[in-house]
Structures are given as structure tokens and as C-alpha cells.
Design a binder for this molecule. Structure first.
Ligand code: ATP
Length: 254
């Protein structure tokens, strides 16, 4: 069976508020799907449900045909769902290079051994170096994660996600808060990841120019419901989306 990620009637309620409401959608390899919609539409909550940070009130999530609805976030990560790490959950005082090496090591299944120099694993070092170059952090390798600029921290988050070799890449506003010159690096990186047609890529993004340049498909959430789904040109051009949904994204968020 080809790998697919599917949500069926996925729903979460916070008290009386239904933040994600019966969302049924299938994501396939070789497709980058942008999830758009006004502020508070439920995009991040939908992401959190898929990655396991939140548990559904109703509905289910299937990954490669397996029902993962009850699985913990770490189990989903091991199954291949990649979500950018929060650096605060990692090793902020370790260097960029050390963080990436640890993630590469974790993906390899070897345990971190503080006292055993892992210089013996040249293959892992080469892989970590390759990822550092891929995210343009090679020249920041010795810097503590916590001392990085905001843009470089986002790049490190992406590096750690790549290191785990996920089947699904989930990006939640990957360029948010970045300076204008930092944005292209991350966009090029996502475009590069898209070349691997075996991956499913999900992107929550407010910036419509970013969505236009990267997405193969757009889904629109509004009040927690899926209100549009299709090829970018079609979805963007549809009057209902233009007027009622995309038009309301405030400039401050774009
Ligand atoms: N843990 C929570 N408890 C209560 N309400 C929540 C919680 N998380 C999200 N919500 C509510 O659910 C709704 C959807 O929020 P969500 O952050 O998913 O929207 P979004 O589309 O990602 O918005 P934005 O574009 O502003 O990031 C909002 O009304 C929000 O206040």
C-alpha cells in the first residue's frame, strides 16, 4: 500500500469550542499541501492533532494504513511523522553541530554515549555535515543553539527534522519572524525536500507568495472546517476563498 496520511472526521473540542471540526483529508507522497485559512481557523491545532501534541475528541488518523489516533507524539515520530522540534526541548547549550549529530545518531538507533568519542562513526559525521550544509549552518556549527539568531534557530529545527529522516515533513510557518534575507534559504530547502517524491509535506503558511511557489495543493480551513481543497490556482481563484478566507488574512500576519 502506498504511504498515505489520512484524517477521518478529525475533531477536537476545547470546552464548547470546536477548533477542528470533522476534517477528512488524505495526504499523499510527492505532494506538498499548504494549509491556509484566517487566524484562529484551526491550522495549528490540526497540525498538533496529526503530530500527537493534542488528542482528538472524535475521528481518527491513519498513517500508512495504521490507526495512530491513540499513539503518543514520540511513537508517531518514530513511525515517520516529522515535526520541527522546539529548541527548548533539546540541548540549547550544545552547539549546532552537536545537536545535529545527536539527531543523526538517534535516527541511526545508536545511543548517545558521552564518554565514547563517536568519531569512529565517520558515516554519521558525514551525514551530520551534509545536513549542516543543506540548511546553510555549516559556518555556525560551533555556536550554542541558544545563541543563534531566530532565523538560524528555525534552520536548526529543520536540520533536526531532516536528520530523523521522516516520511512526513510538517512545517508550521517555517519563515515566521525571519529577516527577509533568511527566508529564501528555508524556502529553497523545502523546495529541495520536495524533490524526493516519496515524502509527504505539510505546510501551514500565511504568506500567499510562499504558498504559491511551493504548494501542489491547498486546503483551506475556516472555523475548524475544511472549506476548500484543490490545486493552488483553482483554490486561490475561487471567489469564496478570495473574499471570505484569504482576503481576511491580516497584513501583520502576511
Ligand atoms: N489549548 C487550547 N485551548 C483552548 N482553545 C484553543 C487551544 N488551542 C487552540 N485553541 C483555539 O482553537 C482555535 C484554533 O486555533 P489555532 O491556533 O489552531 O488556529 P490557527 O489557524 O493556527 O491560527 P493562526 O493562524 O492565528 O496561528 C482558536 O480559536 C484558538 O483560540
Amino acid at each position: 500500500m502506498p504511504l498515505s496520511l489520512e484524517t477521518r472526521d478529525l475533531t477536537i473540542r476545547f470546552g464548547g469550542h470546536v477548533a477542528v471540526n470533522n476534517v477528512t483529508c488524505t495526504f499523499r507522497p510527492g505532494e506538498l499541501t499548504a494549509i491556509v485559512g484566517p487566524n484562529g481557523a484551526g491550522k495549528t491545532t490540526y497540525f498538533n492533532l496529526i503530530s500527537g501534541q493534542l488528542r482528538a475528541s472524535n475521528g481518527s488518523i491513519l498513517f500508512g494504513g495504521t490507526d495512530i489516533t491513540q499513539q503518543s507524539a514520540p511513537m508517531r515520530t518514530r513511525a515517520g511523522l516529522g515535526r520541527a522540534f522546539q529548541l527548548t526541548n533539546l540541548f540549547p547549550n550544545l552547539s549546532v553541530e552537536e545537536n545535529v549529530r545527536l539527531a543523526v545518531q538517534a535516527a541511526d538507533g545508536t545511543h548517545y554515549e558521552m564518554l565514547r568519542p563517536w568519531m569512529v562513526r565517520r558515516d554519521l559525521i558525514a551525514r551530520a555535515d551534509g545536513i549542516l550544509d543543506q540548511v546553510a549552518l555549516g559556518n555556525r556549527r560551533g555556536v550554542a543553539a541558544t545563541a543563534l539568531s531566530h532565523g538560524d534557530q528555525r534552520k536548526l529545527e529543520v536540520a533536526l527534522m531532516i536528520a530523523l529522516e521522516p516520511k512526513v515533513f510538517m512545517f508550521d510557518e517555517p519563515t515566521a519572524g525571519m529577516s527577509i534575507d533568511e527566508v529564501p534559504v528555508v524556502l529553497n530547502l523545502i523546495a529541495q525536500l520536495k524533490q524526493d517524491k516519496s515524502k509527504i509535506i505539510l505546510l501551514v503558511e500565511h504568506k500567499m507568495d510562499v504558498v504559491r511557489s511551493l504548494a501542489d495543493r491547498i486546503i483551506v480551513l475556516h472555523n475548524g472546517q475544511l472549506v476548500a481543497d484543490g490545486p493552488p490556482a483553482e483554490v486561490i481563484a475561487s471567489p469564496i476563498v478570495q473574499e471570505a478566507y484569504l482576503g481576511v488574512v491580516p497584513k501583520s500576519a502576511a
